[in-house]
Design a protein around this ligand. Structure first.
Ligand SMILES: [Zn+2]
Length: 317
């Protein structure tokens, strides 16, 4: 049996990582925030000779990628720097694949582990598409807890919950291997300690390990269940608090108890669903990418039972 694990060519992490990184000249910084925030970040990073594109919005579309291509036409850009949340990094990944220009990914909210993975989410014709390509892998990823303070509690807890869900579902995934399980286990232990004992500066490192671990295996039933709630506007990490708890119970995961403790500690509340459970289950069943990698087989009846437990009992009580 042979296994494959991919990660960015270069990873710098820990305090001052973004400050000490030797940035190439003539970079294009791609970000989502406003100048008052990113100018502070760029100052800290000490980066010189750069240009900024700051019009990336959440759920970025292919039109954004094309707009950037236009802006930099004929310029000699040596690297793209994706600085911000997932959407800056997704745009950066796609643009780099199109143009062959190297990319440096720097998350400022931690949880998705997107800086470590071969995945990108881009919308085409207003439809979100999850894409995977080896070309999306960062040439360098920089994980620096400097960006953490100032993150609102709500965003922090959603990210932390996502990272813990990804690590524990990734551990249980049938697509995993000894190395991804090693990474996911370590990631979960670090995230659990960081959340339960309020050591938030350890969240970025935990999320980073989770990203490499689940990014080379997959998430499973918890994530599959969560999308019907996301479609009704519940943030991803929030939806996972109940969905992954119930999925771990269904799977008899070794992480069931500790994941529930995390969700309780982060004070998540019970989820609601407008859609009838039977219809929601019909939406979930075709998600083979998640369900086929679940450690045990899942029937439509199982999905309905899980959804019922999520919305009609309080799984976090
Ligand atoms: Zn996730």
């Amino acid at each position: 049996m042979a296994w494959k694990v991919m990660m960015p060519k270069k990873i710098m992490f820990g305090e001052n990582a973004a400050k000490e990184f030797p940035y190439p000249k003539n970079s294009l910084v791609i970000t989502t925030t406003t100048p008052d925030i990113y100018n502070k970040w760029l100052n800290y990073m000490g980066i010189k000779n750069y240009e900024v594109y700051d019009k990336v919005t959440p759920d970025p579309a292919i039109e954004t990628v094309e707009a950037i291509q236009k802006q930099i036409e004929g310029k000699n850009i040596e690297a793209y720097i994706g600085l911000g949340g997932g959407s800056s990094m997704d745009v950066c990944k796609y643009l780099s694949k199109l143009t062959g220009v190297p990319k440096i990914l720097i998350p400022t909210t931690f949880g998705t582990g997107a800086e470590m993975t071969t995945y990108a989410v881009i919308s085409f014709d207003h439809k979100k598409k999850l894409l995977q390509d080896e070309a999306f892998l960062a040439d360098a990823a920089i994980v620096d807890p400097y960006f953490l303070p100032g993150t609102p509690f709500n965003i922090m807890r959603n990210s932390a919950c996502d990272a813990a869900a990804q690590a524990s579902e990734g551990y249980d995934s049938k697509a995993g291997n000894p190395f991804t399980r090693f990474l996911c286990k370590e990631a979960f232990d670090i995230l659990y300690d960081a959340i339960m004992n309020d050591k938030h500066s350890m969240l970025p490192y935990g999320a980073m390990l989770s990203g490499i671990g689940f990014g080379n295996s997959s998430t499973t039933l918890g994530h599959a269940l969560s999308y019907v709630f996301s479609n009704e506007g519940v943030p991803h990490g929030y939806a996972l608090s109940s969905c992954t708890t119930v999925a771990h119970k269904f799977n008899e995961s070794i992480y069931h108890k500790r994941f529930k403790e995390i969700a309780q500690k982060l004070k998540f509340e019970q989820l609601k669903l407008k859609k009838p459970l039977d219809q929601a289950a019909d939406d979930i069943m075709p998600d083979r990418g998640h369900l086929d990698n679940n450690p045990i087989a899942v029937s439509k009846q199982d999905v309905i039972k899980c959804l019922d437990e999520i919305v009609n009992s309080n799984p976090l009580a």
